[in-house]
Structure formats: structure tokens, C-alpha cells
Design a protein around this ligand. Sequence first.
Ligand code: C2E
Ligand code: MG
Ligand code: MG
Ligand code: MG
Length: 292
Amino acid sequence: SIKGQYGKYFAVYDDKLRNELLKDQAITDSMEDALAKEQFLVYLQPKYRIKDENLVGAEALVRWIHPELGFQPPDKFIPLFEKNGFITKLDQYVWDKTCALIKEWDDRGFTPISVSVNVSRADIYNADLADILIKIINKYGLAPSRLHLEITESAYTENPKQIIDTVTHLRELGFIIEMDDFGSGYSSLNMLNEMPIDILKLDMKFIQNETAKPNSQGILQFIIDLARWMHVSVVAEGVETKDQLSRLSEIGCDYVQGYYFARPLPKLEFEKLLSADSRKDAESELDDVCEI
Ligand code: C2E
Ligand code: MG
Ligand code: MG
Ligand code: MG
């Protein structure tokens, strides 16, 4: 009967929903323990300067190696942590681990890089944000400019006044501010003009749709020209092909991040690129000496 069919439909739906809730519950139950047991790992995605293709930095991206559920990418737990408030704690952990890495690489003599960390919208509303960041920076004896703070575009549109105040203060302290996912939301050019930022991070969809839409190259060119006029540099993320890279190069984009160069990598893999980069510098210095 029809009733029977609907009954079945709802049973299936209920099961699916229940499983999702159980999974969410399992994640919530184990998050504190996971943090204590260091199951959260900081992966690093290299960032390159387009002009000379030199490695200049990285973005820290968290992963969870869950004992039962296995490798978990951020979209499996970040939205949940944003709802239950745990994101604030996790972010502070990621910032601390990231600064520890920067310090370690400095001590080992690698070419100094800066690393970008993600700042959740919940962190913005934490009155202690600046103090917490300064404490971490001081713990490792780093200049604040070694840490770039990525704040997603949609956070700027929610509460512009509060964001402007917070970000202005963080910049005064020396942190570098990046607007993440630019072009994904509803920000106006006017808002862009009012926002105290150092770096604009173009949203991935922008880059990846680019070949499909005829006006995209022109729009990107316009944004990059505007950014230059505002003394803001531009990072493109989600660059997967050589074609995308050369288009970005043509219009004067400064930096790239994307699978074309490298995926987010575990510490040891990333360090291979760091040492390779310092060797490259050492070699070119050697070349210079040889030419003389
Ligand atoms: P996001 O900050 O915009 O980070 C960029 C995302 O794009 C990363 O996904 C990265 O792996 C991915 N990506 C980079 N290059 C390419 C490419 O060429 N092609 C494609 N298809 N993807 C690329 P991931 O690591 O899964 O992170 C997703 C989001 O989770 C991040 O987006 C960020 O909003 C959030 N997230 C990650 N780590 C943290 C964290 O420690 N704290 C907070 N609050 N959020 C985080
Ligand atoms: Mg980001
Ligand atoms: Mg983001
Ligand atoms: Mg982004």
C-alpha cells in the first residue's frame, strides 16, 4: 500500500538521520580526548610566489586522525565544532602548533616563511583573541608578522563594525590579515574598501569556473587591479592546472596555492620542500659566485 511505502521511506530517512546524529554525538564525545591525545594534526599547504615560483609560505589546515572513524577532513568536524563551540579551543591549539613549527624551522636554519592560520568567526567574538594570539607568539619568540590570520569573507559581512575594530587592533599588533574565500559571498567593493586587510584570498570557485565563464578573466583582472590600488596583495587558491596558473600570472596575481603545486602535506613532507627551497637558494648563490 501507499501507506506502507511511505512508512518505509520515513524509516529509511529516520535511520539516516539517526546515524548522522550518532556520528555527531560520537565526535562530540571524543573531541576533548582527541585534543589531549594529539589526534588533530596540522597539515601545511605550500604557497608560492607566481613571479619566481619560490615557496614563500603555507596555510595550516587541520586534520583529525580518529581512532575509529579514520582520517577526517575538516568539513567532517569543523561545522559541528562551530556549532558546539569547540572550534575556539581547537583553533588555539592549531595556532600554537603552527608557531611551534615556525620556530622549529627557524632554529633548523630554513629560509624563514610565514604561515597562515584560519580564524573561525567564533574566534572574532572572543574578547581575549588578541591576548591569546600575543601569548602564543611570545611563547615562541616570533614576530606577529610570521602569523597570517585568515578570516572568511562571510564573517566580514555579518558584523562589519565588530570585525573592523578587531582586525584593526590585530594589525596594529603586527599580525597580517587575509580575507579568505573572497568572491564566495555577498561582499561589496565598498566593504572591501573599508576593511583593514593586507591580503585578499580569491575563492577557489572563482579560479575553477574561470575557463567556463567568458567575463571571468576580466572580473579577476579588475579585482587584482583594485587590490593593487589598495596596496593589498592577492593569493589565488584552488589552482589545479597550468592554464589557470598562466592566466593568473597574466593578470598580475601575486601568490598561488593549489593542487597544481602541492596538496596540504603532513609536516615531514612539507619539510622536504622547505629544505629543497633553501638548497635552491644556496645553489643560486653559488651560481652567482661562480659567474664572478
Ligand atoms: P579554506 O581556509 O578556504 O582552505 C582551503 C581549502 O581548499 C582546503 O581544504 C584545501 O585543502 C583546499 N584546496 C587547496 N588547494 C586546492 C585545489 O587546488 N583544489 C581543491 N579542490 N581544493 C584545494 P580543507 O583542508 O579541506 O579545509 C576546508 C576548510 O576547513 C578550510 O577552507 C577552512 O575554512 C576550514 N579549516 C581547515 N582547517 C581549519 C582550522 O584549523 N581552523 C578553522 N577554523 N577552520 C579550518
Ligand atoms: Mg583558509
Ligand atoms: Mg576559510
Ligand atoms: Mg579559502
